[in-house]
Write a protein that binds this ligand. Structure first.
Ligand SMILES: [Zn+2]
Length: 181
């Protein structure tokens, strides 16, 4: 004779058996923050198609943060602490022109910048969404660890140029690296 139990009873049984919250640590939590709609131009001089021409997008950024422990308020990351990150995003992508560091026309672009026509910004890995996600991950990870004395770090950054296209860079150095200061 088999004693069938209902689906609900089976789930309750599994949950009861696994009701071990001992292994739920603060390190299990992540938090995210998004920044929307930065008016920004760029050009990718190596591109054979239209992308070698200066063109613009409304860029957005999505950060995922990891932590060793909560703040005293029980937050993973206190969003009030991110003002410097927002200021850096404004500096980099609000009415700016993002170029390759080795753009063959850089001299001319610098002349235009000196004439007050544009503000040039560069990334080590180029002006596209890949280079942007990589740059922001490196900058923000360094900044956030310092800001939180090592308590929090960046897991990944998504850089989005429009509704359709984005690139995600995953931090190969994520995780706790020790307390700072
Ligand atoms: Zn393009």
């Amino acid at each position: 004779m088999t004693s069938d139990i209902s689906f609900e009873e089976a789930v309750d049984k599994i949950i009861d058996e696994d009701a071990d919250y001992e292994n739920v640590t603060e390190e299990c939590f992540t938090s995210t923050k998004s920044f929307w709609n930065f008016p920004c131009a760029h050009r990718q001089y190596r591109h054979d198609g239209n992308c070698h021409l200066i063109h613009g997008y409304s860029r957005s950024f999505h950060f995922v943060f990891g932590i060793k422990s909560f703040t005293k308020e029980g937050f993973a990351v206190d969003y009030g602490d991110l003002k410097e990150l927002k200021a850096h995003l404004d500096h980099m992508y609000d009415h700016t022109l993002v170029l390759d560091e080795d753009d063959p026309h850089m001299d001319k672009f610098r002349q235009l910048e000196n004439a007050g026509v544009c503000r040039i910004r560069t990334h080590p890995m180029g002006p596209g969404m890949e280079g942007t996600a990589h740059y922001l991950c490196e900058w923000t990870d360094k900044w956030l660890r310092k800001r939180t004395r090592g308590r929090a770090w960046v897991i990944s950054v998504e850089a989005r140029e429009n509704d359709k296209n984005s690139s995600i860079y995953t931090n190969p150095n994520a995780g706790f690296k020790g307390w700072i200061g």
